[in-house]
Design a protein around this ligand. Structure first.
Ligand code: XMP
Length: 259
């Protein structure tokens, strides 16, 4: 059985990329008639697949969240996932009791997601224990949110980030999410997590972080959404972000080598 974190490391080497595309497209399909809705769903699938296929050479993974899954439905989401051999991450931030978490996981691993994002603040017993069990059974992964990138996260999540990081290590998560918008928090997370745990950092581009900032602070992957999928040429912009991120990583490696 190959753990997801190991598969991500192999894909980083294969793709020469540490860039995750947040493919957050959606459509207001429930304001449409049934016939128009079917058409809108098909166009959305086409558009999402086109962006994914064109940007794929510059990516290691694609992250898909609720607005796209809800608009496409599970069958079309499965078709989208089958269009790529990148790592696929379902960003549904699971935070519920065991039975509910289990069935969210069964459906989403079932349509092809390699990893699912969950909130560790719900704890393990009778909650995330079921998610980890389904992940093990299906040979898939779990990524935990230990901090967030938006200003409101300072209220509840950020003050608990060290404990959430310890939880992630204790339960052998495949990776954690920490904010590129606050590189000092990424650095501190790295110190708590040790070197093995993958850190994925959103907030690059539209939320203000520059590509490479989180990598320099100790992250492994940077997540970019709007700056890429809203661009006139998403492939060119994805290449730019990937080059910047790889340069930042190489810089860190050479400094490490010198010291
Ligand atoms: P943008 O368009 O801002 O998209 O580049 C960022 C993507 O990442 C998600 N996001 C987060 N997910 N913790 C998370 O688990 C965070 O702190 C966080 N900040 C942004 C967001 O939903 C979008 O998909």
């Amino acid at each position: 059985m190959t753990r997801l974190d190991k598969r991500i490391r192999e894909k980083i080497a294969q793709q020469k990329s540490r860039l995750v595309l947040a493919l957050d497209l959606t459509a207001d399909i429930y304001s449409l008639s049934e016939a128009e809705r079917a058409q809108a769903r098909a166009s959305l699938l086409h558009h999402a697949t086109e962006i994914l296929v064109k940007t794929a050479p510059h990516l290691v993974a694609v992250k898909i969240n609720y607005p796209l899954i809800l608009a496409l439905g599970l069958d079309f989401t499965a078709q989208l996932l089958s269009a790529t051999d990148l790592i696929t991450i379902g960003d549904v931030k699971i935070a519920d009791i065991d039975k509910t978490a289990e069935w969210i996981a069964r459906h989403l691993y079932g349509i092809g997601f390699d990893g699912l994002i969950a909130h560790p603040f719900v704890g393990f017993e009778k909650s995330l224990d079921s998610l980890f069990a389904v992940a093990r059974e299906k040979e898939r992964g779990v990524i935990l949110v230990i901090n967030m990138s938006h200003p409101g996260s300072l209220l509840f999540i950020t003050p608990c980030t060290d404990a959430l990081a310890e939880f992630a290590v204790q339960h052998s998560a495949d990776g954690v999410i920490a904010p590129a918008t606050r590189p000092a928090d990424v650095k501190s997370a790295r110190q708590h997590l040790g070197q093995e745990m993958l850190i994925l950092s959103p907030g690059v581009g539209a939320q203000g972080a520059r590509p490479g900032d989180a990598i320099r602070a100790g992250a492994d992957l940077e997540i970019v959404g709007r700056a890429i999928y809203q661009a006139d040429n998403p492939a060119d912009v994805a290449r730019f972000f990937n080059d910047e991120i790889n340069d930042a990583y190489a810089e860190g490696e050479s400094q490490h080598f010198i010291s």
